[in-house]
Design a protein around this ligand. Structure first.
Ligand SMILES: Cc1ncc(COP(=O)(O)O)c(C=O)c1O
Length: 383
């Protein structure tokens, strides 16, 4: 049975500081490109703004950290009032707990022997929850918890319209909740129902309508569970596209919004409440009369079709693996060797390409922070 590795997080810090520490003290235009730049002052302001808003509503904030995969940013969020974090993977949960955050929701189903064993082991150190939408899977989670001598908190995932995971009806939610409540090793804590389909609805009124109906359905599921005599203290949902609506929705007890910390073109097109804190530094490597080509292609950027050069309105033409190509005129000022900053199309998928942030205060690189864990695998977090 696999176990969580002890020193692996420190290895990430040591490695990225060794690799990129030479950039500390440089101007933002002088980093080796492509590089992931994090502007700390706007990220701080975003975190503080969310913290202030959440202090005035009944729901708590348990932000999704898959967007940044940064222990530093997660700790800043907790210092600003977050009650813990949400993660997409077991690996993110391990990193968060080992970074000192002791309330973690894996807002996802988890299957597979090694992942369940690691999560159950983690639950000996911290308050760990996950989602289930299947009774057999819940039974396997319970076996892992009992084997580890821990208890895992469980939220029944409800599909609120996204057509992803989750049970489809209140009856199914009650049935699954009852089974979970009867399993040793699990603690039934409520429901989760991320309204991700709303993030795919740019039109504000329609998005709001969908959000209201999704949250009505989710809160109804929790009420049905309670009406059956079962506990459901937690009703968790929310993303940046619906951040204030969901946080204020009666009956929702916590929100999972995450991208607000750094923002990107995708979220920025819908929500103007937060500042951009993330860019990719790139160098112009070729300059045909009608194009600007930079050294950051679709291996440097998530959702590249939405990306743009910060401070410029040159339309994106195409992203190949190592070429970001923008339409231009001969008169457009950019020339070979110039450093530009690209505003990412989608931050979570952009960050995942990089092993480190170049952290900026103003124009100066002041620190190097690891992006951890990156990639889909465990990267040595378990042995
Ligand atoms: C389950 C879940 N919750 C919350 C979020 C956070 O959404 P956002 O990054 O838009 O804030 C996501 C994002 O995909 C998600 O999958």
């Amino acid at each position: 049975m696999s176990t969580i590795a002890e020193d692996v997080l420190q290895e990430h810090y040591d490695r990225v500081r060794r690799a990129y520490g030479g950039a500390i003290g440089r101007h933002r235009n002088e980093v080796t490109t492509p590089a992931l730049l994090l502007d700390l002052p706007p990220a701080r302001r975003n975190i503080e703004k969310m913290g202030r808003h959440m202090a005035g509503v009944a729901a708590e904030l348990r932000p999704h950290i898959k967007v940044h995969k940064s222990p530093e940013l997660a700790r800043m969020q907790v210092e600003a009032g977050a009650i813990g974090v949400s993660t997409a993977t077991v690996w993110e949960a391990i990193v968060m707990v080992r970074s000192g955050i002791d309330h973690v929701l894996v807002v996802n189903e988890v299957a597979g022997r090694d992942k369940l064993a690691a999560l159950a082991e983690l639950a000996r150190e911290a308050d760990v929850m996950l989602c289930v939408d299947d009774a057999r899977n819940a039974a396997e989670v319970a076996v892992a918890a009992r084997a580890a001598g821990s208890t895992l908190g469980v939220l029944v995932e409800v599909d609120t319209g996204m057509d992803r995971a989750g049970v489809d009806t209140h009856e199914q939610a009650v049935d699954l909740a009852a089974r979970v409540a009867a399993m040793d090793g699990l603690r039934l804590l409520g429901v989760s129902g991320y309204e991700g389909h709303c993030s795919l609805t740019p039109e504000r009124e329609l998005r709001h309508e969908k959000q209201q109906s999704a949250m009505g359905f989710l809160v109804g599921a929790a009420e049905a569970i309670r009406a059956a005599g079962l506990p459901a203290p937690i009703v968790s949902a929310g993303g940046t596209a619906t951040w204030d609506w969901t946080a204020e929705f009666p009956g929702v007890t916590e929100t999972q919004a995450g991208s607000y910390v750094v923002m990107d073109e995708f979220h920025g097109a819908m929500v103007g409440d937060f500042e951009r804190a993330l860019t990719v530094a790139a160098t112009v490597i070729s300059r045909p009369p009608d194009r600007v080509i930079v050294d950051a292609g679709n291996k440097s950027m998530g959702a590249p079709a939405l990306a743009r050069i910060a401070g410029s309105d040159l339309p994106a033409f195409r992203f190949d693996e190592e070429h970001g190509i923008f339409e231009a005129t001969p008169e457009a000022p950019l020339k070979v060797g110039d450093v530009v900053e690209l505003s990412p199309g989608y931050a979570p998928a952009t960050v995942n390409w990089y092993d480190a942030y170049h952290v900026l205060e103003g124009d100066e690189v002041v620190d190097i922070w690891p992006v951890v864990p990156r990639g889909p695998g465990h990267g040595g977090l378990i042995r």
